[in-house]
Ligand binder design. Structure first.
Ligand code: ASP
Length: 358
């Protein structure tokens, strides 16, 4: 029995973990204004009950509500609970796969987090963990949640064209590695997959699959899941016209452990930030540089060479780079306590330098 969920189920099943989101949302007046709604209102058991009759025969589902939130309010503690539950499920022989219903606002963070902490385990246990959500609340006409959930359950429970165990996401009839998911549109039904390399659910194309295998071959070891109180404080700052030195300088007086700076274009930062960021690095604050454009690879010597306390984020977007930096700072701390002289940059590189799927 899992210590997180306490589910006393001994027959093979797919575990459905509910986190909330629009997929569990209710609109006040669904016919006239479906986007005026509250996320995280319907329990995961009801969501599963709604599509139960369409689930492939012989697939047993067990649901558990880990949270029922609007994912814009996702906390470190939620990630600790989710990562721990997923890890336990992957190690539990009666759990054959995991589906997670989640809000799409921060599904990008959760996707990267699960890959970095559970990706290797999912691969070696040959189980699929599938994140899904919805763009329309559950009572809206044409709600997309039921079909997304059904696709996720099918993908988690059936052998599809050799697709290996791993951490994936499904939206709008397509699947991708969860670490590639990024919401890049406010309302479109495929918003979380707009710029993600993906493949049709049930019809996975060979080039996508070889990309997945290349990522998995490069991913050697999962990073530890920080305990609730272990997550290092990391903030995102965005460079912009009219940026002021004070925006950075105020962090020098705080306990912040890392800053992700989203530069313009190639990841360049406003000149006003150079001096306070140098001070931040001298103070031991970890710096990661990415781009506010939302896509593209950031390199260490472009547009200018990085100082040694600053790491280019490679293809990680700012929200992903923030999670990666938190995990890397925590992993380095644990390694140092165990007498291994590894730095946060060593761990960050493992996540940032994975092959890109195109
Ligand atoms: N605000 C919602 C959430 O992230 C959006 C969604 O689920 O699509 O929970």
């Amino acid at each position: 029995m899992s210590s997180i969920t306490g589910i006393p189920e001994n027959s093979p099943h797919i575990l459905v973990l509910g986190m909330g989101g629009t997929i569990a949302g209710l609109a006040f007046n669904p016919e006239d204004s479906p986007l005026q709604y509250q996320a995280g209102q319907v329990g995961v058991e009801a969501l599963v009950g709604h599509i139960q009759s369409a689930v492939p025969e012989g697939v047993k589902l067990v649901s558990y509500q880990l949270a029922n939130i609007n994912s814009r309010n996702l906390t470190d503690a939620h990630l600790t609970a989710l990562g721990t539950a997923v890890k336990e499920a992957l190690l539990d022989p009666v759990v054959k796969g995991v589906v997670i219903t989640h809000g799409t606002d921060t599904i990008e963070e959760t996707g990267l987090f699960l890959q970095a902490t559970c990706g290797k385990l999912a691969q070696t246990q040959a189980k699929r963990v599938i994140l899904t959500g919805a763009m329309l609340p559950s009572n809206a006409p044409g709600a997309d949640g039921p079909s997304n959930l059904l696709d996720a359950l099918r993908w988690a429970s059936t052998a599809i064209d050799n697709c290996p165990g791993g951490i994936y996401a499904v939206m709008d009839g397509r699947g991708c590695m969860a670490m590639d998911l990024a919401k890049r549109h406010a309302t479109a039904l495929n918003a979380p997959l707009q710029n993600s390399p993906s493949s049709s659910v049930g019809l996975i194309n060979p080039s996508w699959l070889s990309g997945v295998k290349a990522v998995q071959a490069a991913w050697n070891e999962d990073l530890p899941i920080p305990q609730e109180n272990e997550w290092p404080w990391v903030e995102i700052l965005t460079s912009h016209a009219g940026a002021r030195a004070e925006t950075v300088a105020q962090w020098l007086k705080s306990d912040v452990r890392g800053l992700v700076v989203a530069g313009s274009g190639l990841g360049g930062l406003h000149d006003a930030w150079v001096e306070p960021l140098d001070k931040a690095m001298a103070q031991g604050i970890a710096l990661v540089r990415t781009t506010r454009t939302g896509a593209g690879r950031i390199l260490p010597n472009i547009p200018e060479a990085d100082a040694s306390g600053c790491r280019a984020a490679s293809a990680l977007t700012a929200p992903r780079a923030r999670i990666a930096l938190q995990l890397a700072l925590n992993a380095a701390k644990q390694a140092n306590l165990a007498g291994k002289p590894l730095t946060w940059q060593d761990f960050f590189a493992r996540i940032a330098d994975l092959p890109e799927i195109r």
